[in-house]
Design a protein around this ligand. Structure first.
Ligand code: NI
Length: 138
């Protein structure tokens, strides 16, 4: 069973009011849960800053009719096969496709893959979600 340790936090009333509004809006059960979540988010940010082993998700939306784009996407993904956990392809409509790529590995590699995909002609939207393997946070 995990050990919990209590500690006191002091802050001015106005900041605490804003924090309580934040807690309400974000559906946290209490201040402790909100603080724990915010700390974990900072740790994940740090993992990404320090080129650690991370996990994440790349999303691209593109027009599949653009010359050779599908082949290029496949070629790039094969080059990064060690970093790709899975790929999901969604046919959005007649022209547009969305691809969701779950990734893991060193930050530098993940970003390189993301930049290759993002820069392709025909890609209309791209985003990366910075997640974690979970190993470094409780
Ligand atoms: Ni498609």
């Amino acid at each position: 069973m995990e050990k919990l340790k209590r500690f006191g936090v002091s802050m001015n009333l106005e900041l605490l009011r804003k924090f309580d509004d934040f807690i309400k809006k974000h559906k946290y059960k209490n201040r402790s849960e909100a603080i724990r979540d915010m700390i974990r988010e900072k740790f994940v940010e740090e993992e990404w800053e320090k080129d650690r082993n991370v996990a994440g998700c790349i999303v691209i939306v593109y027009e599949h009719d653009v010359r050779e784009i599908v082949d290029k996407i496949i070629d790039i993904q094969h080059k990064f096969s060690r970093n790709i956990i899975s790929t999901q392809h969604i046919h959005m409509d007649k022209e547009n496709c969305m691809e969701i790529v779950a990734v893991k590995g060193k930050v530098e590699k993940i970003k390189e893959l993301y930049f290759y995909l993002k820069a392709l002609k025909g890609v209309k939207y791209s985003a990366i979600t910075k997640a974690t393997t979970g190993k470094r946070i409780e």
